[in-house]
Design a binder for this molecule. Structure first.
Ligand code: URA
Length: 433
């Protein structure tokens, strides 16, 4: 077999066979296929796509390129969830303890933030001492004992994805449905859980800009998961404004803790409830959405979800005093209120602009090497469709350095107004299986 023939075949839009896809991925890993050949093949896939079968084989070949975690010693269904990423997305922090406190075992491996804002692990690391690097044995032990662990990738999971992603990043081939779906799913498949819930976001602050594109990606990932024996479902959710009210690591931990205590923002709470319903049904803990919702509501009102979060923080070496009293989490030197210059209904809150502004405060990384400042970020004091008057607070900025006029102007430009109440959009647009 020759890689040149495989590139040629995809170039004329013919489907690749299992042997051809495996030959390519093996060649990526042992470096017998040159980066320029893989780059060419990635570009042909970008233009011609892959069918469901090819995409599943690609994900499987990538999964098999490294370690695969075996969670079969742990009794019951082990659940995982994945979000395609968004601004203010702290869902795992609240959702995982909620469902774990209902009896589901959650074994979650997360990544550090790829984009402008911090990822789940960065948020957890804003808790003093929180250890995201557990060994595989300790990870399993914790999932077995308390039903919940959220950690960074252990071992050598999916090395093929690291190589392909690095090439996609520099060849403008990141935004291909087949390549995104196989990249995400290969990692989910390697991390060993039985059920996977995908939160596929659409909108300005997301990878996928429209509901249609998000649906296509979700369907592709569901097909991969199901064909490889994992119960896989997806939610299509709105990222046309930040999720919840906060953007920034410690601020988001505080908001997640408030949410599992029943004091969270409406959109974020609803997202966690919908996701929790699906996860509990996938895990055979509940048989209907109604039953699942009741369990989740009780997990909050009884304090069990909060207790589960504390148990996880304690098990992973974090300072639980910062969860019991979130005022002890890292604090910025300054808090500046940004007041509205106009009156009207809030029509748009540009998530991506706010994500970049938060990153410039230090809440995210512009490049992989950047250090995160856990204390800084933004807290929205308005959400889309709310009516505000001139002089009302739009948002609070948590910062350590002084704010430049240009930064403040760009912050103002993230909000647009309307004279009429804009149409209300649902946070969960649809659920797919
Ligand atoms: N996240 C991933 O893990 N892979 C992609 O290709 C895109 C987003």
């Amino acid at each position: 077999m020759r890689i040149l023939d495989i590139i040629e075949k995809k170039k004329i839009n013919q489907a690749l066979t299992e042997e051809e896809i495996k030959f390519w991925i093996d060649g990526v890993c042992d470096e017998s296929v040159a980066d320029y050949q893989t780059s060419a093949l990635l570009m042909t896939i970008f233009f011609n796509g892959m069918n469901e079968y090819e995409t599943a084989i690609l994900a499987e070949a990538m999964r098999n390129s490294g370690d695969i975690i075996d969670l079969s010693d742990i009794p019951g269904i082990k659940a995982d969830k994945h979000s395609t990423g968004g601004v203010g997305d702290k869902t795992s922090l609240a959702l995982c303890p909620m469902v774990a406190s209902c009896g589901l075992r959650v074994a979650k491996m997360s990544g550090k933030g790829l984009g402008h804002t911090g990822g789940t692990l960065d948020k957890l690391e804003s808790i003093e001492g929180f250890n995201i690097f557990l060994s595989e044995d300790d990870f399993k032990k914790q999932v077995n004992e308390i039903g919940l662990a959220i950690i960074g990738q252990t071992g050598d999971l999916v090395p093929a994805d690291k190589k392909l992603y690095a090439l996609r990043d520099v060849t403008a081939t990141v935004d291909s449905t087949a390549l995104i779906a196989s990249s995400i799913m290969s990692k989910k498949l390697a991390s060993g859980s039985d059920s996977i819930l995908l939160d596929v976001k659409y909108g300005e602050g997301a990878f996928m800009h429209t509901v249609e594109d998000a649906r296509e990606l979700a369907k592709s990932m569901i097909s991969i998961g199901n064909s490889l024996g994992k119960s896989t479902m997806a939610m299509i959710t709105d990222m046309n404004q930040p999720l919840g009210n906060t953007i920034g690591n410690a601020l988001e931990v505080k908001e997640a803790v408030e949410t599992i205590q029943g004091r969270g923002p409406k959109d974020f709470t609803e997202l966690c409830m919908c996701a929790g319903e699906i996860m509990l049904i996938q895990g055979n803990i509940a048989s209907t959405k109604k039953e699942a919702r009741k369990m989740l509501e009780e997990s909050i009102s009884s304090g069990r979800a909060y207790e589960k979060f504390i148990q996880m923080v304690k098990a992973q070496g974090g300072n639980i005093e910062q969860i019991k009293n979130t005022e002890l989490l890292p604090k910025s030197k300054f808090i500046t209120e940004i007041k509205s210059k106009k009156s009207g209904y809030i029509n748009t809150i540009h998530s991506q602009k706010l994500g970049i502004l938060a990153m410039q405060l230090g809440a995210g990384r512009a490049s992989k090497e950047d250090e995160i400042n856990y204390a800084v970020g933004l807290k929205l004091n308005v959400k889309k469709t709310e009516k505000i008057c001139e002089g009302d607070s739009l948002c609070s900025v948590y910062h350590d350095e002084s704010l430049s006029l240009d930064w403040i102007e760009r912050l103002y430009s993230a909000f647009s107004y309307s004279d009429y109440m804009p149409e209300h959009t649902k946070i969960v647009e649809e659920i797919l299986k």
